[in-house]
Design a protein around this ligand. Structure first.
Ligand code: NAD
Ligand code: MG
Length: 386
């Protein structure tokens, strides 16, 4: 069997590293047709040399220029580079591990080319769920979630239809502030927020995990990936991150998916589905774990969940506004320009100021995203720190 050829978008990030690690462990199964990143040309060229990759893309033209001067293969840049990689006939699978709305167009390009997309970039589905799922079915592309909870749901739902399902639970670790008084984390620093208890991830999703905006995004993601109604989507706090998803069927029986928290496993599933590939990944030892803990989310500590529910209710471009505003608010927080508590407060203000329109075209989604970013900066102006 010839190895699967992967176009890896976001090769220098946390999910990108997990994909490289899988290929290192399974060289007979996975190779890379191409690698892309924003600006870290040194890391990208090193990865290309290690895996014998001939085609790279860097979003930043200066970084691409530096790569060209020391790399013997092809180096593309900008959005044209990502488009070429995402629709490359030499790639069997596109792993979309880009962060933010920057991942949307590449998801659409890959699906239009009829590819399997291993989708870590949940923002694609959050901002344009209807458009992305319609594009997949129109062109025969296959969307497989890399997000651990959705990979878990996909595994529990295998062979089932939405009519079999009563409701589903996505689990959430609760982030670093699960046991903190909400008033006392208003001024949490980036260092405190970036210390996630169970997962090691890029900065944006780590901040979103502390506000529970990430879990809110995942509710929206599940709505589109599995065709479920918002009322069927529940969240359970589970600090150990061992149970990733639970499905309750209409007869009352519940099925869960469990594993150690390691993103290589959902990635492996997305790359090899429907096959189960033997692996040397760390195994779960339930006797060693002993007990599993669950609790309902406390609304006071989970502002991001309420925001996502509001965006889902409003529909259309509201989720795109939620994401665009949050991307900017997280950036301002990481630059220490706004307080931690202001992140979800400002995002809520922007969401409430938006009048949604249908989100069935890329233009509508990108216009809403641009509006949300500008509006977030206006709302933040009065709260900027000296
Ligand atoms: P990260 O910040 O570690 O990496 C992001 C990658 O995208 C980097 O390689 C960066 O160079 C690249 N990138 C960003 N903007 C780009 C652009 N405009 N053009 C080209 N490359 C660009 O992020 P991450 O934690 O790996 O997360 C990636 C995606 O996976 C996010 O959507 C996140 O929500 C999702 N996700 C991550 C995890 C995790 O464990 N890290 C888990 C579930 C889902
Ligand atoms: Mg997740």
């Amino acid at each position: 069997m010839r190895p699967v050829r992967i176009a890896l978008l976001g090769a220098t990030g946390s999910i990108g590293a997990a994909a490289l690690a899988l290929a290192r462990e399974h060289p007979e199964r996975f190779t890379f047709a191409s690698l892309a990143a924003r600006s870290n040309d040194a890391a990208l060229v090193n990865a290309a040399r290690e895996f014998g990759v001939r085609r790279l893309s860097l979003d930043d033209p200066e970084s691409a220029g530096r790569a060209r001067s020391r790399f013997e293969g092809e180096v593309l840049d900008g959005s044209g580079g990502l488009e070429a990689l995402a629709s490359d006939p030499d790639a069997d699978v596109v792993v979309n591990a880009l962060v933010g709305v920057a991942g949307l167009r590449p998801t659409l390009w890959a699906l239009r080319a009829g590819k399997r997309v291993a989708l870590a970039n949940k923002e694609s589905i959050v901002v344009a769920g209807e458009l992305v799922t319609a594009t997949a079915s129109r062109h025969g592309g296959l969307l497989l979630p890399v997000d651990s909870e959705h990979s878990g749901l996909h595994q529990c739902l295998e062979g089932r239809t939405p009519a079999d399902v009563h409701r589903v639970f996505l689990t959430a670790s609760g982030g670093p502030f699960l046991r903190h008084d909400p008033e006392r984390i208003e001024d949490a620093t980036p260092e405190m927020v970036l210390r996630h208890p169970t997962w090691s991830m890029g900065p944006r999703i780590t901040v979103d995990s502390a506000t529970l905006v990430n879990k809110g995004f995942e509710v929206i993601e599940a709505r589109w990936l599995f065709g479920l109604a918002p009322s069927q989507l529940d969240v359970l706090i589970h600090p150990q991150s061992i149970v990733h998803a639970v499905v309750e069927f209409r007869d009352g029986s519940q099925v869960a998916q469990l594993s150690v928290p390691d993103m290589r496993l959902p990635l492996l599933y997305a790359l090899t589905y429907p096959e189960r590939c033997p692996s040397a990944l760390p195994r779960l030892d339930l006797a060693h774990v002993g007990s599993l803990h669950f609790e309902a989310p406390d609304p006071k500590r989970a502002p991001g969940l309420a925001l996502a529910r509001r965006a889902l209710e409003r529909g259309g471009t509201a989720p795109a506004v939620l994401n665009g505003a949050d991307e900017e608010a997280v950036r301002l927080f990481l630059e220490r320009k706004i307080r931690f508590g202001d992140v979800t407060r400002l995002v809520g203000e922007v969401l409430d100021a938006h009048t949604p329109v249908a989100a069935t075209t890329l233009e509508a989604v990108e216009a809403a995203d641009g509006w949300a970013r500008a509006r977030l900066h206006e709302a933040a102006a009065s709260r900027l720190r000296a």
